[in-house]
Design a protein around this ligand. Structure first.
Ligand code: TYD
Length: 221
């Protein structure tokens, strides 16, 4: 990847990102939308951040408390985690996302830079988080799944398991606010908000309503 800041699209594929607080349904919708677009006859790569690469794997260990500081000092500090998310993003773009976009595929990524702005933004200056992500290729479309923090909390409770690092209810309220601030502050990127409290079928339908015309346009070059 060039060290210059990416500005314009220079690949034949389409880069789509799904965002929302924990329990908003990004993982479910990534798979559902991918299935529908594949049925339309297009090649789709689904992926996620943190990625399944080496740094992403380390991050997942940090989120579940398996990777901590020595001497009982607790979880990684917010700066370290923010830098890891940004580093994972660079590797993930280079190894998987950009090659797929260059092959003309539709890439659907479960979380991206907006997650860093929202999650790391609760404890760090936005400008700094933005700065360490400055080289990240902007998505062609970001879909924000809007779900009230209380509803998302119920969904996480139904799912069971131990809460991850950011999954405390009060934190999720703050993350939801940071998302809205980051959405308001973003410049130029195409973003649609979809009501994530609808049935999974209806959410998929709403996403496809925006996505299908974009795919058609991209396919026409
Ligand atoms: P998540 O998609 O919830 O993974 P899983 O379904 O396996 O639990 O993502 C893991 C967590 O990482 C989630 O709480 C959001 C957080 N996160 C950040 O804090 N910053 C980021 O830049 C990204 C991509 C995720």
């Amino acid at each position: 990847m060039s060290a210059k800041k990416p500005t314009t699209r220079s690949y034949p594929g389409l880069f789509v990102v799904l965002e929302g607080i924990d329990g908003a349904g990004t993982t479910t919708q990534t798979e559902r939308v991918a299935r529908a677009v594949r049925e339309d006859g297009y090649k789709v790569m689904t992926t996620r951040q943190p990625s399944d690469g080496p740094i992403g794997t380390l991050i997942r260990q940090a989120l579940t408390g398996r990777f901590v500081l020595p001497e009982g000092a607790g979880p990684l500090n917010p700066q370290t985690l923010a830098l890891l998310f940004a580093a994972d993003r660079v590797d993930h773009l280079e190894a998987q996302i950009l090659p797929a976009l260059e092959r003309g595929e539709i890439v659907i990524c479960d979380r991206y830079v907006l997650s860093s702005l929202a999650y790391q933004g609760i404890s760090l200056p936005t400008d700094w988080v933005q700065g360490i992500n400055a080289f990240a290729t902007p998505p062609d479309l970001t879909v924000f799944l809007q779900v009230d923090a209380a509803i998302a909390a119920d969904r996480r409770a139904d799912r069971g398991g131990n809460p991850e690092l950011f999954e405390q209810d009060d934190q999720q309220e703050r993350i939801a606010k940071e998302y809205q601030a980051a959405i308001r502050a973003r410049k130029g990127d195409k973003l649609v908000k979809v009501d994530g409290t609808l049935t999974p079928e209806k959410v998929t339908e709403a996403i496809l309503k925006t996505l299908r015309p974009m795919i058609k346009k991209a396919a026409q070059g």
